[in-house]
Design a protein. Structure first.
Length: 220
């Protein structure tokens, strides 16, 4: 089967989260470099990134802390300037080639609203974990993606930066996968032998039109 749909993860796939994690360090009163170092160490150990917050503030409830930030006028936020520079042109090229596009990630209701402001009209579907009540790597999340796409799972390419949250569950759902090497997970997990399980390994979204075209030509 050829690839007819491309579904993009959000953080470190479309959105550079460097600035946002920096604002969390500021909120917690921790030097940004220290926060980043602890963040990377926890990822390298295969632990949940949210444990980073517990190191600096034991017992912190991340959901409640997000609300406190919003009430203080310092909500989590991202915008056009936080998009990786290859995002817009890749979307345009893939759309021009007739591919169905979607954005789906573990995001809050607030983040979902921002995504719709940024991408409505550019993609065919935007879905978040808060919309669906299921977070990656839960199979339910990928079932919802498959239900939304008007194609068979094997015709869907899921693009993300993580093995645990993107590649493994998308493969289990029967989808093709593209692992992008950028952001903390992309760089830390790049030497894991399981990275080769992905259909494609890329360093930029700009590579997708060519690799998809070559794959589809080989399938015919």
């Amino acid at each position: 089967m050829t690839i007819k749909a491309v579904v993009f993860d959000v953080g470190e796939c479309l959105v550079d989260e460097t600035r946002e994690y920096g604002t969390w360090a500021d909120w917690l009163g921790v030097p940004r470099q220290t926060f980043a170092a602890q963040f990377g160490a926890i990822i390298a150990e295969g632990r949940d990134y949210r444990e980073t917050f517990q190191v600096f503030r034991p017992g912190l409830d991340l959901y409640e802390e997000r609300e406190k930030r919003a009430e203080a006028g310092r909500p989590e936020w991202f915008g056009e300037a936080d998009l990786y520079p290859d995002v817009r042109r890749t979307f345009l090229r893939l759309r021009a080639e007739g591919l169905w596009l979607a954005v789906a990630g573990n995001q809050t209701v607030r983040a979902g609203g921002i995504l719709r402001e940024l991408f409505t009209g550019d993609v065919d579907m935007i879905g978040t974990s808060d919309d669906w009540g299921a977070s990656k790597p839960d199979p339910e999340f990928f079932r919802r993606v498959a239900e939304a796409a008007p194609f068979a799972p094997r015709e869907i390419l899921h693009v993300g930066d993580r093995l645990d949250n993107d590649v493994f569950p998308a493969l289990a759902a029967g989808m093709r996968t593209a692992l992008i090497r950028r952001g903390p997970w992309g760089w830390i997990q790049q030497h894991d032998p399981a990275a080769d399980w992905s259909t494609f390994r890329i360093d930029s979204l700009a590579e997708l039109p060519e690799v998809i075209a070559a794959f589809n030509a080989a399938e015919h």
